[in-house]
Design a binder for this molecule. Structure first.
Ligand SMILES: [Zn+2]
Length: 226
């Protein structure tokens, strides 16, 4: 209740906007009515290698490219609130809401400095508020600078992410059930690598969740073994 009031006050100065189209919306709304109608719930399980299960809030739609681009550029607006709320709902529906820890996919230090904020961390904080699960944005770091995933084919993406993450505090994840939070997921290579390093560090179980799941193109699948 307290937080809703705060959002109402903040909206008097900075109106809350729909993260997809930019339309002014209610202080505690996630998306405008029109975009809510267009958004497609993602019903699949993500299928991330090594994970105990997964959930995505929405199927990625070209209409959302603006929202995702803004998040990537560090302009957050209402996106973490809207996507975090939707991810929390989806995790609850699937019964994956009893984890010990939420860990956002970390960014490489230089990228973080350039963008100003890690969008996955902000989304994770919203999910954490909704589910009452603590967020750990420190125990896993991105220790290697990788090429932008969107420029690579599936097989290249896996290689690109190998060794990219390091668990700096294994005692924080050992024996824990963890949900890894990401913004956009395409092939799942990033989430698979996060899952592998967390399990390698002794995590009991790893679930994966993301805001938008982009559906792969056939040509990427054909290159799966290449
Ligand atoms: Zn909208």
């Amino acid at each position: 209740m307290e937080r809703e009031k705060l959002r109402e006050l903040a909206a008097l100065i900075y109106p809350t906007r729909c993260p997809v189209c930019g339309e002014v919306i209610g202080a505690n709304d996630c998306f405008c009515g029109k975009c809510t109608d267009i958004l497609v719930r993602y019903e699949g399980s993500l299928g991330v290698k090594g994970s105990a299960g997964g959930a995505a809030a929405y199927e990625y739609h070209p209409n959302m490219s603006e929202a995702v681009m803004l998040m990537k550029r560090g302009v957050m607006g209402n996106a973490p609130f809207a996507f975090g709320t939707a991810i929390a709902e989806r995790l609850r529906e699937k019964g994956f809401d009893k984890a010990d820890l939420l860990i956002p996919v970390p960014m490489f230090k230089r990228d973080l400095r350039r963008r100003g904020a890690n969008q996955s961390l902000l989304i994770a904080e919203e999910v954490g508020r909704r589910l009452g699960i603590p967020v750990d944005g420190k125990s896993v770091v991105k220790s290697v600078e990788t090429l932008p995933q969107k420029e690579l084919r599936r097989a290249e993406r896996e290689v690109n992410m190998q060794g990219a993450f390091t668990v700096t505090a294994p005692e924080a994840v050992k024996g824990k059930t963890i949900i890894v939070i990401d913004d956009l997921c395409t092939t799942g290579s990033t989430l698979a690598e996060m899952t592998a390093v967390l399990l390698g560090a002794g995590a009991a179980k790893v679930y994966c969740a993301c805001a938008c799941r982009a559906v792969e193109h056939t040509d990427e699948r054909e290159n799966e073994n290449g």
